[in-house]
Design a protein around this ligand. Structure first.
Ligand SMILES: Nc1ncnc2c1ncn2[C@@H]1O[C@H](COP(=O)(O)OP(=O)(O)OP(=O)(O)O)[C@@H](O)[C@H]1O
Ligand SMILES: [Mg+2]
Length: 272
C-alpha cells in the first residue's frame, strides 16, 4: 500500500468549499415595465486563491454577476455561495471595487479608504498606516487630505481600489478597475496587483474588456456570451508565475491573447 504523502493526505481530507459557487443562476430586471434577462443558466466555481477574469460583450451581465457575489443583488433563480455559504447580504471578507468609483464627497481621500475599517470597528493605527501604504501603492502619496472633487476620474478610481483592499479581504471583486486609466498606469497597477496577490493570497474575480490584461493577470478567463449572459467557455492561462513585465514581450503571451480573442469572437457570434 502506498504511504500517504502530504499531498495524498490533502486529497483525503474533506474538500474545501469553492470560494465562489454559482449554481444555475438567472437574473432578470424590470425596465420600464419590460423584463430584461441579464443572466441565464450561469454556472461557475472559483477555487480559493484563484485569480479569474470575466470577459464578454457589453451588457452580458458581468457587473450583475459580481453584484450577486457581493450580496448586493439577489438571483432570480439559482444560488450563489461564498466559502460554501449562501450569500444573502454583503460579507465582511469580500472587498469590492465598482466599475464607477463611489467615493463619499465629504470625506478626504484617506477617510474614504478607511471607510471599511470604520464599518468593521477597526480603529488600530496600523490599519490606518496600511491604508496610507495602499494609497502610495496606487501612486497617490501626498493626496491623503484631498477631497474627491480635487481628483481626476482615474485618481478617484485608484482611491476606490485602495478602499477595496484596506481590510485585507480574502475575496476581491473588481469591476473594470483600471478601465479609466492610461495604458502605462494600467500596466503599473497590474504589476502592483499581481505582486500583492502573490504576497497576500486571495481569491480575485476581475472584470475587464482588455484581453491582454485578463491574460497577464489570470489563472483562468471566463468568457461570457452576449445577453442573456451565460458562461460560454473557461480558458486556462498556462503562463508560468510569478509573472513580471518581461512577460508582455513573450511570444507565448501573444499566443494566449490570440486564443482568448478567438474564443471571445465565438461567444459574440453565438449570442447574436
Ligand atoms: N438595475 C438594473 N435595472 C435594469 N436593468 C439592468 C440593471 N442592471 C443591469 N441591467 C441590465 O442587465 C444587463 C446586464 O448589465 P451589466 O451591467 O451586468 O452588463 P456588463 O456585462 O457589466 O456590461 P458592461 O461591459 O457594459 O459593463 C444589461 O442589459 C443592463 O441594461
Ligand atoms: Mg459592467
Amino acid at each position: 500500500m502506498a504511504i500517504a504523502t502530504g499531498r495524498q493526505a490533502d486529497k483525503d481530507a474533506a474538500p474545501r468549499p469553492a470560494a465562489i459557487g454559482i449554481r444555475d443562476v438567472s437574473k432578470s430586471f424590470t425596465r420600464r415595465g419590460a423584463a430584461v434577462q441579464a443572466l441565464e443558466h450561469t454556472e461557475l466555481d472559483i477555487a480559493p486563491g484563484e485569480f479569474v477574469s470575466l470577459i464578454g460583450p457589453s451588457g452580458c451581465g458581468k457587473s450583475t454577476l459580481l453584484k450577486l457575489v457581493a450580496g448586493l443583488l439577489e438571483p432570480t433563480t439559482g444560488s450563489v455561495t461564498v466559502d460554501g455559504r449562501e450569500v444573502t447580504e454583503p460579507l465582511p471578507q469580500v472587498g469590492v471595487a465598482f466599475q464607477k468609483p463611489t467615493l463619499l464627497r465629504w470625506r478626504t481621500v484617506l477617510d474614504n479608504v478607511c471607510l471599511p475599517l470604520v464599518i468593521d470597528g477597526d480603529r488600530r493605527p496600523e490599519s490606518r498606516e496600511h491604508a496610507k501604504r495602499l494609497l502610495e501603492m496606487m501612486g497617490l502619496a501626498g493626496f491623503e487630505k484631498h477631497y474627491p472633487r480635487e481628483l481626476s476620474g482615474g485618481m478617484e478610481q485608484r482611491v476606490s481600489i485602495a478602499r477595496s483592499l484596506v481590510n485585507r479581504p480574502s475575496l476581491l471583486l473588481m469591476d473594470e478597475p483600471f478601465g479609466a486609466l492610461d495604458e502605462f498606469t494600467r500596466e503599473d497597477l497590474n504589476d502592483e496587483l499581481l505582486g500583492m496577490w502573490q504576497r497576500e493570497p486571495k481569491t480575485v474575480v476581475f472584470v475587464t474588456h482588455s484581453i491582454s490584461e485578463a491574460v497577464f493577470l489570470s489563472d483562468r478567463i471566463v468568457v461570457m456570451s452576449a445577453r442573456p449572459g451565460r458562461v460560454h467557455a473557461t480558458v486556462p492561462v498556462p503562463l508560468p508565475r510569478p509573472r513580471g513585465r518581461e512577460l508582455r514581450d513573450d511570444p507565448e503571451f501573444y499566443e494566449a491573447i490570440r486564443h482568448v480573442r478567438s474564443v471571445l469572437d465565438e461567444a459574440k457570434g453565438g449570442g447574436r
